[in-house]
Design a protein around this ligand. Structure first.
Ligand SMILES: [Cu+2]
Length: 150
């Protein structure tokens, strides 16, 4: 009886210790996840500022993709906007150049339209549903580097 009581006490002590560990793990995870989110956000900001090159009415930014079919989809998405006078995606450089009438549209809108068709750009993440319905050969690697030098 006495032994049993001591054991119980021991178990309870262990339980409390475990609970402490669990709490600190949860707290640590929360802190780490907070950090990760912050890092990701600052990374996106950096990409936005360094990747975008604007010269007059011509701008270029990174766009992920694989093949000729990707090129067609990406350029069609860009050209669907009023104010886009020329769109050219380079499959080797993973980069697109657009000529735009800035009174009608802007670079971010073009990037958003491309992203809606399933393609990641340096300024926006490709729509996941559109990506999933792309043909197999067009399902590009979502970690693919963009804005490559030829
Ligand atoms: Cu493709």
């Amino acid at each position: 009886m006495f032994v049993h009581k001591t054991q119980n006490k021991h178990v309870r002590k262990q339980y409390l210790k475990m609970r402490k560990v669990v709490y600190s793990v949860v707290l640590m995870t929360a802190i780490l996840m907070g950090c990760a989110t912050e890092k990701k956000e600052s990374k996106t900001t950096t990409t936005t500022t360094t990747v975008l090159k604007t010269e007059g009415t011509t701008a270029s930014f990174g766009v992920r993709g694989n093949c000729g079919m990707c090129k067609k989809t990406i350029e069609t998405a860009a050209n669907s906007l009023e104010g886009v006078t020329n769109a050219n995606w380079n499959s080797t450089q993973k980069n697109m150049t657009v000529s735009i009438d800035t009174t009608k549209t802007n670079v971010l809108d073009v990037a958003t339209s491309v992203a809606a068709s399933g393609y990641d750009t340096a300024l926006s993440t490709g729509n996941i549903e559109a990506y999933n319905s792309l043909p197999g050969c067009c399902k590009y690697d979502r970690d693919m580097a963009m804005n490559l030098k030829e």
